[in-house]
Design a protein around this ligand. Structure first.
Ligand code: X2X
Length: 337
């Protein structure tokens, strides 16, 4: 016999299972934090993710990008903590900016660890990448896919830099991780840490003599217009981008939607990596056309920088994890096989 109670149970079971109830649990919009906006490959990576998720979820999952680290008042090194605590839902963030909270991510900042793009891929797409994602997950953030900010090149307003001695005493703006202070101090420079928001004003007033950022950032942000006339292509490090979701929030998505968010992040990342690498030659040509003195190092000059920065490995490998560093070095060495 079918009584009232059974009917209620049946109705509530139906409601629980229906997509309507599920959608009601979801937020109308999710915040996605980035440092660089849509004019840069980084912002485009986030835009692509938002677009793919909207399309594939048929409008059920909506995300909105907040660039310039505005959700953490411009302090990009606070992005990871804000995501962990749920203040920020999602982010496409640089490994540099998250490394104060995830020590393992300093791996990518070890000077001259990765000579080329294949070396980046050998790390991110292999066992080292898996270990790094596990390290992030342990800290309350769920990583989904990789993107790329790019190889960071050194610019300054004073003179061409071709040897460590050329950096002597130069005031260089560096990003959030203390590792950068060690690298530039080791090279005899005078590094100072500041956010991206403060970097351009500091270059404009001459408070600092130089900075390091990928060619795409130098180009789009028009760093040439603030007196940065010398640019050394030393490829000393590259910062990958990571697409991620606050783990608390992650648990609120259905298994299907978790898979959707993850695949969209992987696809957006692949798209952005390919696009930004393909654009590099044009970007470099544009920078040269603007009269910037672009310096390429000879193998001997390059080797002098590699040798001079070895002390950074001694100090930082134990903090990052000696085994992790060795695993990465092996993956890089094996990349062409
Ligand atoms: O601050 C920088 O230099 C930038 C934009 O490249 C990063 O966020 C790592």
């Amino acid at each position: 016999m079918f009584n009232k109670r059974m009917l209620l149970t049946a109705v509530s079971a139906l409601l629980l299972a229906s997509p309507l109830t599920q959608a009601a649990d979801y937020k109308a919009e999710y915040t996605v934090s980035t440092v660089l906006p849509s004019a840069f490959p980084w912002g485009q990576a986030a835009d692509k993710w938002v677009e793919l998720v909207r399309e594939r979820s048929e409008g059920r999952i909506n995300m909105k990008v907040y660039s310039n680290a505005q959700l953490v008042s411009g302090d990009q090194t606070k992005e990871f903590s804000a995501m962990r605590s749920g203040l920020i839902d999602m982010a496409v963030g640089s490994t540099i900016n998250w490394s104060p909270q995830v020590a393992e991510l300093n791996l990518f900042s070890l000077p001259f660890l990765m000579p080329d793009a294949k070396a980046i891929d050998a790390i991110t797409q292999g066992d080292t990448g898996t270990a790094l994602f596990a390290a992030i997950e342990k800290r309350g953030v769920t990583p989904l896919g990789w993107g790329e900010n790019g190889f960071r090149e050194l610019s300054n307003s004073k003179h061409p830099i071709q040897a460590p001695a050329d950096l002597s005493g130069l005031k260089i703006r560096v990003v959030g991780s203390p590792l950068f202070l060690d690298t530039f101090n080791t090279l005899g420079a005078n590094p100072t840490q500041m956010s991206w928001a403060d970097a351009k004003p500091a270059l404009t007033t001459g408070a600092v003599d130089g900075q390091e950022n990928p060619l795409s950032v130098f180009d789009v942000a028009r760093i040439d217009q603030v007196g940065q006339t010398h640019l050394t292509q030393w490829h000393y490090m590259a910062d990958p981008l990571i697409f991620a979701v606050s783990t608390r929030l992650w648990r609120s998505f259905s298994t299907e939607d978790q898979a959707l968010l993850k695949q969209a992040a992987i696809d957006a990342g692949r798209w952005e990596i390919e696009k930004s690498r393909a654009e590099l030659a044009d970007t470099l040509a544009r920078i040269k056309e603007r009269g910037v003195n672009v310096i390429d190092l000879t193998p001997e000059q390059h080797a002098a920088f590699v040798a001079a920065t070895q002390p950074v490995y001694e100090k930082w490998a134990p903090k990052i994890g000696t085994e992790l560093v060795q695993q990465a070095q092996q993956a890089v060495a094996a990349r062409n096989n």
